[in-house]
Design a protein around this ligand. Sequence first.
Ligand SMILES: Nc1ncnc2c1ncn2[C@@H]1O[C@H](COP(=O)(O)OP(=O)(O)OP(=O)(O)O)[C@@H](O)[C@H]1O
Ligand SMILES: [Mg+2]
Length: 509
Amino acid sequence: MIGKVLSAALVGIEAHLIDVEVDIAGGLPQFSVIGLPDATVRESRDRVRSALKNTGFHFPAKKITVNLAPAGIKKEGSGLDLAIAIGILVAEEVIPSQNVQGRVCVGELSLDGHIKPITGALSIGIACRPNHSLLLPAENSQEATVVQGVTAYPLHTLPQAVGFLNGTISLDQAHTDREQLFSTRPKEDDDYADVKGQDHAKRALEIAAAGGHNLLMVGPPGSGKTMLAKRLTTILPLMEPEEAIETTRVHSVSGQLVSNHPLLTVRPFRAPHHSISDAGLIGGGTIPRPGEVSLAHNGVLFLDESPEFRRPVLDGLRQPLEDGHVTLTRASGSLRYPARFMLIAAMNPCPCGYYGDRTRECVCTPNQVRRYRAKLSGPLQDRLDIHIEVPPVSVRDLGNHAPLPESSSTIRSRVLAARDRQRFRYRLDGIHSNAQLKPRLLKRYCGLEVPAQELLERALTKLGLSARAYGRIVRVARTIADLAGSDKIESPHVAEAIQYRSLDRRLEF
Ligand SMILES: Nc1ncnc2c1ncn2[C@@H]1O[C@H](COP(=O)(O)OP(=O)(O)OP(=O)(O)O)[C@@H](O)[C@H]1O
Ligand SMILES: [Mg+2]
């Protein structure tokens, strides 16, 4: 007899339902898995055999063939174990075949029959809607039921799964309180109130957060660049429900979710080390995994010490920055991971770190400085809308008598108001922030008042700003006007935006 059970496999962040067919025939004992399994799936033979034997089930000493269909999808990971074990029990008539109809079984088996967590449970839950119910590891059950309309049963052991399918054990359906997840903002340890002084940098970060702009910080060691960047997510709004689900799916397929935290609502902050490989940053590898750009989806990607990153790694950022996703081409087809993030880069002004510092002397030659800065390639610099210098914090600001810095929640309320204005303005255009304005929309929404236009033209010629800086300045000016609650873009808004192009000024190079 043939046993048929449904399971699921991941392709990118999508899950596909897989038919697991088990044929048990006479002949020499053999156990083979066909249908494009990877090494982990092939190893499931040993786990399934031990799990069945150690939980008191009969493991047939016959020729067992497991076929995974459709054969065109590469099956990766250990999540098919449970379905293969159940398939054998169906073929052996321990479980009647009609009892597994409409059920999707996923889970990794341990040798003693326990069911261990898998990756991508949220995507698998989505793939099961609305016609199938899902049997899955208990640790993943909260995550799978984050979206509406998923019926899921949490499991701890193989005998429990068999008992449930045979109707001898009843299980409670998993349930996640979505309302509660979205209604409270988790407590954050970091706050801008910890950062003394640096009002100029905080203002720039507020603008970046309000308009979704990419930002570069240049400053000497210890001036607080890392500290400032790390707090950026505390002034960003929580993710919208669809954003939260998309970002959680990416984290779920790469196995980075913790079971008591089934849904990410705070925007992710990713700060990869500069020794990262291109596969680590962009995604890929022999078993394809989302890279840091995708883990930062809807959040912040922070490149600290950015000139230390290898050039090809940085250049790999261009496609995701442009398209908002990463496409990986593989022998078995192409994969796409979402990757829309705010890029925040930090760097010292020169290799020794003290170029332009008033308190310490720089020991670098002009050539060294030029080479160091050129490491951040033109195309990447072009995509950084706001450049700021972060000088060392003054002793006066560090003292106890300095005014108390603003808290993140105060700054966030202004960011939220500016974001609301943008959402309303672009409600028919399919975008939601000024940073996403394409040239056509830029023209429609960012007309400058006459004095502002004249100021900008004067600045472009006088400061030697490149033509490509034009669009950047106008977008940032639009955000500054939004923060000021103004529909028009006026001279002060443009003037402030111009000062955020310090790296473009020919004078400094
Ligand atoms: N404005 C500030 N208010 C309070 N503490 C500060 C401030 N600036 C710096 N510090 C202190 O200095 C430490 C170093 O700051 P941080 O690591 O952010 O510097 P950095 O600019 O990233 O330096 P590097 O270029 O070496 O990476 C912080 O951990 C913090 O304790
Ligand atoms: Mg740092």
